[in-house]
Design a protein around this ligand. Structure first.
Ligand code: SF4
Length: 567
């Protein structure tokens, strides 16, 4: 058992639903208890789809358990085929149905369904999750549909440059985009545009918008582009092994990654080297991100501390953009994608960090607080955690909420994706002039510390102790945190609480906090540090004091610590 309040991913059958609903002409019979139809809302409300997902639930109830639930499965399969007449059928079970072991997929395979391909989904709901379920469903579907077209063992691999011999343009499949993926709809448009500029056509986009008949055409392309490894990684590897199709694995999120993607595309498809050279020369001009981040107005972004968490693909991409293209300092990197943990660990290691691989949002929140970032890039879970800690945040990955399925064009990939990300990430930060003025004039009644007027925030009430201004959200969270130390009295707003770590949830080495206290002049000195780095300074000072065996932190200790860490 694991006590769970929020979960980053749904059960694996929701992944299977994502594949079925992303496609056309495919139907999914799901053996599930009454109530599991809640998952429809993910598609009709978050994705704002105008029709119900192509899912027939068996919707068994308690009274059915005394009867023949296997018969219920068969009736549901027959009714779904008669009514929807799909080109292919997925049959699987949800978590509860897994326990009663009716084997719905095997049952469907024994029925006469007019010869439509039936995919028996075996998704272990108690050990795997949504993305794995999506990847497995996509893989099993492609395998089933292509089983009659497999090349003979030992047959020669097709040449990726056969397009030249055949006198046509090269073509690739775009694999992985799906509903409930992050900005997949617009990424497909942006990548299609990128490819067209290189003279490359798109053969099949799947699963998003594809029919089963399209999947049968997959091997006709010269290569596969694995846009979302979480969903398409296993299919791409299988097509590579069975059909000799090469995979382009660089995910084009960010300027550097988009350029690497184009170079890999050129290499794999044996394109004209001049095209790749031109792409390399033009990379800096194709998006506005490089110039915007170089322009003087972005100077204040340099070294901003950023904490990144999401699915592996978006977290790794964000870390590269943050560190190499925006000049941020990545102070935390992690993912809930256990299947891609190795890649995340490698990316973190390159940044001198240890990756956080976890699906426990409280562990993520704790790491976020400990890293004392100035910006959080995460999922909608991190948006909540960042709000509790009073930190600016932008969403970069699923799980998402309805506002992350916007009406406007909002890709993450390609040149335009980089523009979108520049705006999105910088937007929650306080703007440079305001940051400077608040640092200089600390006693304004309206523009108090932490106030971001460009977001239309209401002015925060002036706190009675300047050390705490702008930190009330963090302080509230701290009060709720079980490890909150209580060693000195500093007032926050009107409430007097014990605080040694307000504004910095992360210090939280409670043993250390229990023996340390801040003197009044120490707190006053700390209050003069700009609020967005104050948490970090507080933590460093406490670490320094602990190392030196100091228990009372005065202003002098504060500046000694500063000198110590800037050596
Ligand atoms: S079967 Fe699974 S998804 Fe459905 S209600 Fe039970 S736990 Fe939730």
């Amino acid at each position: 058992m694991e006590l769970t309040l929020w979960t980053y991913e749904g059960p694996p059958h929701v992944g299977a639903m994502r594949i079925a609903t992303s496609m056309e002409g495919l139907h999914y019979v799901l053996h599930a208890p009454q109530g599991d139809t809640y998952a429809d809302l993910l598609f009709t409300m978050i994705e704002r789809r105008d029709r119900r997902p192509p899912v027939t639930y068996t919707t068994f109830q308690a009274r059915d358990l005394g009867g023949d639930t296997a018969e219920l499965v068969k009736r549901s399969v027959q009714a779904a085929v008669d009514r929807f007449q799909p080109e292919a059928l997925l049959v699987g079970e949800s978590c509860t149905a897994e326990l009663i072991q009716d084997q719905p997929g095997s049952l469907a395979n024994t029925m006469d369904l007019g010869g439509i391909p039936v995919v028996n989904l075996e998704l272990p709901a108690y050990s795997k999750k949504e993305n794995w379920g999506a990847a497995e469903t996509f893989y099993q579907l492609v395998r089933t549909l292509l089983k009659n077209d497999m090349p003979e063992p030992g047959a020669p691999k097709p040449s990726p440059s056969r397009w030249r011999e055949q006198g046509r343009r090269p073509r690739v499949n775009l694999l992985g985009p799906s509903l409930l993926g992050f900005r997949c709809r617009d990424d497909v448009l942006e990548v299609t545009r990128l490819l067209a500029e290189q003279g490359v056509d798109v053969a099949v986009v799947a699963p998003l918008g594809a029919r089963p008949a399209d999947l049968i055409r997959l091997p006709q392309a010269d290569a596969n582009v694995c846009l979302y490894p979480e969903v398409a990684g296993s299919v791409c590897s299988w097509l590579e092994r069975q059909f000799g199709m090469p995979t382009i694995r660089t995910v084009p999120i960010g300027i550097g990654a988009t350029l690497d993607f184009l170079l890999e595309l050129g290499r794999v498809l044996d394109l004209d080297p001049e095209l790749s050279e031109r792409a390399a020369q033009q990379a800096e001009q194709r998006s506005r991100l490089p110039w915007y981040s170089r322009s003087i107005d972005s100077t204040y972004l340099t070294g901003k501390r950023v904490f990144i968490f999401g699915d592996a693909t978006h977290a790794i991409a964000a870390a590269r953009i943050a560190s190499q293209e925006l000049g941020f300092k990545v102070v935390g990197l992690g993912s809930y994608s256990r299947e891609q943990a190795r890649e995340v660990r490698a990316a973190a290691k390159d940044l001198g960090l240890e990756a956080l691989i976890s699906d426990d949002y409280l562990a993520v929140e704790k790491a976020m607080a400990a890293a004392a970032p100035e910006l959080v890039l995460g999922t909608q879970m991190e948006r909540h955690s960042a709000k509790r800690l009073g930190l600016p945040c932008a969403v970069i990955s699923s799980p998402l909420h309805v506002q992350d399925v916007p009406a406007r064009f909002s890709p993450q990939m390609g040149w335009e994706g980089a523009n979108v990300m520049f705006d999105t990430w910088v937007h929650p930060l306080m703007m440079g002039l305001e940051e400077h003025l608040i640092g200089m004039f600390r006693h304004d009644f309206e523009f108090v510390e932490g106030h971001r007027s460009h977001l239309g925030e209401a002015p925060k009430p002036l706190a009675t102790n300047s050390a705490t201004v702008g930190s009330s959200a963090a302080a509230t969270a701290l009060l709720e945190a079980p490890t909150a130390p209580a060693t000195s009295d500093i007032s926050i707003g009107d409430s007097s609480i014990g605080d040694i770590s307000i504004g910095d949830m992360g210090l939280a080495d409670s043993a250390m906090a229990a023996v340390l206290s801040w003197t009044a002049d120490g707190e006053a000195g700390l209050a003069r540090i700009p609020f967005f780095v104050r948490g970090k300074v507080r933590r460093n000072t406490e670490t320094y004091a602990k190392d030196q065996g100091i228990t009372a932190i005065t202003e002098e200790v504060l500046y000694d610590a500063k000198a110590h860490f800037s050596r």
